[in-house]
Design a protein. Structure first.
Length: 258
């Protein structure tokens, strides 16, 4: 059996090394793509539907666990990571294989034996993946970060700034970029999408349109607009006005308890 395979890792050298190792086992792995972060991996998995992925954990935009939690299609997963011993024990208990970096040929051979054993026991991609699906859900619950975020990091010149949530007035997408605006009027480019921010931010940040999320604690005034839309006036330095999207009117009404 040859498994269609996707490599997901933010380190280019790690992907190159893994692809080279897998090329020695062409009868087992058919590498059909590579992703450099969790968000990219999510899109590629849903599009390509690989039988198997090699997945790093610590990655930008979405880490490995966050990406897995959003999948509607669940491939088999082999973690290729430098994670700690607690995680390794969890992988073992959940019958999910893992490879510690740097990956060695001998260890990869054992992984292949494990894959073939699973395939012999349940010889369909759907059945094998379903078993991994149940185990992954347990693993994600055990290992996903519990800490609460209090700030967003942004690049500014040669520095990385941490902007506390209370200083943020709103987020807005412009073309392919998402900017953070502070109550003092500064704007910074972020590395997140609007959808990812909607999931990560506290509940007082409210999605008001396809392109904007506002901090409701900085909301000063709401005015009715046409077609069920609203104009939201903020109490920031610029008295910013944002227009809600028609399909987000329920969010505004919920915010105002209407």
């Amino acid at each position: 059996m040859t498994f269609t395979t996707l490599l997901i890792d933010d380190e280019p050298l790690a992907r190159i090394r893994l692809r080279r190792l897998l090329s020695q086992f062409g009868d087992t792995f058919e590498v059909i793509g590579e992703a450099s972060n969790g968000a990219e991996g999510l899109t590629m998995i849903e599009s390509l539907r690989p039988a198997l992925i090699f997945l790093d954990i610590e990655m930008p935009l979405l880490n490995g666990f966050e990406m897995l939690a959003q999948l509607s299609f669940m491939p088999m997963v082999i973690f290729a990571t430098a994670y700690d011993q607690y995680a390794i024990r969890a992988f073992e208990e959940n019958s999910i294989d893992y490879l510690l970096k740097p990956i060695e040929n001998e260890r990869l051979t054992k992984t292949i034996e494990k894959l073939k054993s699973r395939w012999a026991a349940a010889p369909t991609e759907t059945t094998v993946a379903a078993g991994f699906d149940a185990n992954l859900l347990k693993l994600i619950e055990q290992l996903k970060p519990k800490k609460e975020l209090h700030a967003i990091s942004v690049k500014f010149a040669d520095k990385i700034l941490l902007i506390p949530f209370e200083e943020i007035s709103y987020f807005e997408a412009e073309d392919k970029y998402v900017f953070l605006a502070t109550k003092e009027g500064q704007k910074y480019l972020t590395s997140y999408t609007i959808s990812i921010l909607e999931e990560k931010l506290p509940s007082y940040f409210v999605r008001i349109s396809r392109a904007a999320i506002l901090n409701s604690r900085h909301l000063k005034e709401v005015q009715k607009h046409f077609d069920g839309k609203f104009i939201l006036v903020l109490n920031d330095k610029k008295s910013t006005k944002l227009i809600s999207g028609q399909s987000f009117s329920d969010n505004i009404r919920s915010l105002l308890e209407l």
